[in-house]
Design a protein around this ligand. Structure first.
Ligand code: NAI
Ligand code: A1CAB
Length: 259
């Protein structure tokens, strides 16, 4: 996810000055220094925002390394975490172990951020200043839309819908491609049809004021082909049951990761 944000920021009209700490990534750009250990962070670099985009389980290790490298500079920064689950309190506590009193904001972006088409939920704890909230909003807005949430707990369902959501759409693309091939289309044709359809439908949802339900009904001729397919997908034990169940499972998992 950090790579998706990075790509989006570099492609934005006014890229921020970035220092990227990543054990593996090779990346470059005028506004970027890349370091593989926290000790290599340039001594004159005062971050406004420390974006944490590692797996939730290694947050403490990374905060500890950055805290030791930045020393007093850590106190002038805020943490923006994009990690699923990890609470503002747990991250502030981790920073405090290094003697730093750091405001924490949490965002849940998604991978379309890499092409400027992301959407992020953003929560700011009370300790964040107005300026820090604005910087974090602008960072995320540079790679897509931003939806502020009032309660930190809401980020779990945001994660389930828009954080994980691209994967559901990609799964639909896979299944449409496979079904097309099973009916005799070449892989190339099946792929073009599946992707082009999802792209076009996504653009209609974005561009047009109509509800998703009205757009669906406009495709559905009485007793036609769409009605035949929707009779399968909309059976009570099909999508109307499985989609909410999937969102429940992802939300529950985000809650479990909290701490
Ligand atoms: N993948 C997604 O679509 C989304 C992921 N997230 C969150 O983003 C976080 C990262 O997830 P992914 O990007 O999928 O994982 P990933 O494994 O692709 O990326 C993690 C990166 O952290 C680096 N890293 C790990 N330990 C390090 C250390 N000690 N020092 C320096 N760099 C270190 C790795 O080299 C890697 O580049 C997770 O917390 C996840 O919840 C949030 C929104 C969407
Ligand atoms: O699967 C995950 O845990 C992360 C959070 C949202 C998308 N990927």
């Amino acid at each position: 996810m950090g790579g998706a944000l990075f790509d989006g920021w570099l492609a934005s009209p006014t890229p921020p000055r970035l220092v990227v700490l990543d054990r593996h990534r090779t990346c470059s750009g005028d506004a970027v220094s890349v370091v593989r250990t926290a000790a290599e962070i340039p001594a004159d670099f005062q971050p406004d925002i420390i974006v944490l985009a590692v797996k939730p389980a290694v947050a403490e290790i990374v905060i500890d390394a950055i805290g030791k490298a930045l020393g007093a500079r850590m106190n002038n920064a805020a943490i923006l975490s994009v990690m699923a689950g990890r609470t503002c309190k747990s991250l502030a506590d981790a920073a405090r172990l290094n003697g730093a009193d750091v405001p924490v904001l949490r965002a849940m972006p998604n991978t379309p951020s890499a092409i400027g088409a992301g959407i992020s939920g953003l929560y700011a704890s009370d300790t964040a200043t107005a300026e820090q909230k604005t910087i974090c909003h602008d960072l995320l807005f540079a790679v897509g839309d931003v939806v502020p949430v009032e309660k930190e707990a809401d980020l779990s369902v945001v994660t389930a819908i828009s954080g994980s959501g691209p994967a559901y759409v990609f799964l639909l693309a896979e299944l449409l491609e496979e079904a097309g091939q099973q009916h005799g289309l070449s892989p190339t044709v099946a792929r073009r049809l599946a992707r082009g359809t999802i792209y076009g439908a996504g653009r209609m949802l974005d561009d047009m004021p109509d509800s998703a339900e009205d757009l669906r009904k406009a495709v559905t001729s009485p007793n036609g082909t769409t009605a035949a397919a929707l009779a399968v997908l909309m059976k009570s034990d099909a999508w109307p049951e499985t989609v909410p169940k999937a969102i429940d499972a992802a939300t529950k998992r985000a809650d479990e990761l909290a701490g």
